[in-house]
Design a protein around this ligand. Structure first.
Ligand SMILES: Nc1nc2c(ncn2[C@@H]2O[C@H](COP(=O)(O)OP(=O)(O)OP(=O)(O)O)[C@@H](O)[C@H]2O)c(=O)[nH]1
Ligand SMILES: [Mg+2]
Length: 414
């Protein structure tokens, strides 16, 4: 099976954290079997996070993330530490790398605490055992006493330089990696039967990339095929032609949220309707909380500050959904303009308290963990958060209709 091209957003993310010079980059190189990151004895060699995609069987496609040392100093050092901390909240598994010969665990203790708070599983990797007089043996690295929070972690003894202990490290990663880091299905799990008939409405407008479908559409089609569904994909102006051509009513219609107003009235009430973006809301985030966020639109007032967050850095077109359509629709709804801030790519403000609402994209470029980390930050700041599709559904007055397929099976799927 070729998993090389699995998007990073669907890979298990494994982060390497620790002090400068602990051997994080050496370890990532040893695991990847190639020079991914620069290694040197100068502390602070790694600055920006380094990502390496690879296959780690039987886990499958993973992303290894190297990070700057968490004990870095100075103004730039502090910025590097902040970046490493931002990466930390987004990993599915953390490798806490430390020098086995060290006797000071203050940084590691603090790090283990932060990981525990975020519910991120961690492995303590004791590196450089070749420098320990007794090696791994009871007189060497294993004889060391650790603070309780570190002692509670699974431990692996390695020498990244000599490739010692890598099999044990791989085994620990496989054992500790969360099995539920992503949803097993996007929508295939709520279809009423095998060979369910699903009509997909995918407008190919100015905003569609040249020569291909966008990632959520591709992923939904793949998910439907995996569920043995019959997927028919049409543009919005061919919807009626498709309905006429079908011998039976479809079991589900999935459209782009931007054509809700046009398509919803044409879908018979007995046929469930949802959108690609709403499917992503459930796949990447916590649907119940994002639904509450959509309803918070009703309490917005003119002049309120709203954050529009996009996970990719596409070049915005004239009628961009995040930059044009949503702000305009919201202003119309509240009866006046809102203060809109926009963030894109990996940028996400640390300070969220000034916002009355966060409107997030579907997050197809983010891992589920990264999306949930943003939701947690919003919750901690007391700011409702929703996604584009749910917001558009609410603004069109059809939120219950377009989420029913998921909320109906709530106990099982939400
Ligand atoms: N003896 C020994 N040295 C090692 C081992 N692993 C790494 N080193 C050395 O430790 C130094 C730091 O290694 P790096 O992999 O650059 O450490 P890092 O944690 O990435 O450091 P920063 O990027 O500065 O945060 C280098 O000189 C490596 O050669 C090991 O297992 N044994
Ligand atoms: Mg490094």
């Amino acid at each position: 099976m070729i998993m090389r091209d699995t998007p990073r957003s669907n890979r298990l993310t494994i982060g390497f954290f620790g002090r400068r010079n602990a051997g994080k980059s050496s370890l990532i190189n040893a695991l990847a079997g190639q020079n991914v990151a620069i290694v040197s004895d100068t502390p602070g060699t790694t600055t920006d996070p380094v990502f390496k995609s690879m296959e780690l069987l039987p886990l499958g496609p993973v992303t290894l993330v190297d990070s700057a040392g968490l004990d870095d100093e100075g103004t730039l050092g502090a910025q590097r530490v902040r970046t490493s901390r931002a990466v930390l909240a987004q990993v599915d598994l953390a490798l806490l790398v430390c020098d086995a010969s060290s006797g000071d665990y203050a940084v590691e203790q603090e790090l283990a605490g932060a990981l525990k708070e975020e519910n991120i599983p961690a492995v303590l990797v004791l590196n450089k055992i070749d420098l320990m007089p007794g090696g791994i043996s009871e007189n060497g690295a294993q004889a060391k006493k650790f603070p309780d929070i570190l002692d509670a972690l699974p431990k692996v003894y390695v020498a990244a330089m000599g490739h010692v202990g890598l099999d044990a490290l791989r085994a620990a990663i496989i054992k500790c990696a969360p099995k539920d880091f992503e949803r097993p299905a996007l929508v295939g799990d709520v279809l009423p039967r095998k060979n369910a008939l699903v009509l997909l409405v995918a407008p190919q407008d100015m905003q569609a990339p040249k020569g291909r479908l966008i990632l959520p559409q591709v992923q939904v089609i793949r998910d439907l095929l995996d569920a043995d569904a019959l997927a028919l994909t049409v543009k919005d102006d061919a919807f009626e032609a498709a309905m006429t051509a079908l011998a039976a009513l479809p079991d589900l219609v999935i459209c782009d949220s931007q054509v809700f107003r046009n398509i919803a009235p044409k879908v018979p009430c007995s046929v469930p309707l949802t959108s690609f973006s709403i499917i992503m809301a459930r796949a990447k985030g916590d649907l119940a909380a994002l639904l509450d966020g959509a309803k918070a639109i009703d309490s917005l007032k003119s002049g309120d500050r709203v954050l529009i967050a996009e996970a990719c850095t596409h070049h915005p077109m004239e009628n961009d959904i995040g930059r044009r359509q949503l702000p305009e629709k919201l202003a119309l709804k509240v009866g006046g303009p809102l203060e809109i801030d926009i963030c894109a790519g990996k940028d996400f403000p640390e300070e969220l308290g000034k916002y009355r609402l966060i409107l997030h994209c579907g997050g197809c470029m983010l891992t589920r963990r990264a999306y949930l980390a943003r939701m947690s930050a919003a919750r901690r700041a007391g700011v409702p958060i929703t996604n584009y599709g749910l917001a558009l559904g609410h603004l069109a007055g059809i939120l219950p209709r377009v989420t029913e397929i998921f909320t109906r099976a709530k106990a099982k799927t939400v």
